[in-house]
Design a protein around this ligand. Sequence first.
Ligand code: SF4
Length: 212
Amino acid sequence: MNKNFKDTLNLISHLTTRRLWNLGAITGSYILSKWTGKNLHSGMPAAISFEPTTSCNLRCPECPSGLRSFTRPNGMLDPKFFKKVIDEIHNELLYLVFYFQGEPYLNTSFLELVQYATEKGIYTATSTNAHYLNDENARKTVESGLDRLIISIDGTTQESYESYRIGGQLEKVIEGAKNVVKWKKELNSSTPHLIFQFLVVKSNEHQLDAVK
Ligand code: SF4
């Protein structure tokens, strides 16, 4: 079976009657608002995004985290705050995104938070530069129940990789990805679904075929 289709099926399997009802309420109130021109709102969030941290080990030139140039307060997500929000909305919440700007694995509570969401039956996804996927973290990642893991690999040589991922080591990315694949096999787990992200820039556009 196509792996992306399998991931979609996995997402659908997280739907419950209450979550379906909630999606209906959101969609219904949206349509009613359009029709009537009034601000009618019903339902709870079906998807939410949490940023585990704003910190990053790399210095990508288009990212506020890489540039250390946030205009908002930065730091680590407080596990207490996270759990409080999840406790309030988990019955309706279907999809939880664990990234925006910053490297999620720098938050030492990150995988514990993923596990917390998993136990509430929520679909979870994150994105990483893969520099912290050592053997132990890779095993814990699979054990946490994380559903989707996006790994940034933006070159097939160190030179092209680091032209955007400044300060990064391509070798570490490949090793981290291999560790996750190894633990998925070892623990006989179909998750996390792995997606490799390749940002196309001048210095790596000739490597598109090679990276595939
Ligand atoms: S690895 Fe991600 S979070 Fe870190 S600087 Fe680059 S784009 Fe930003």
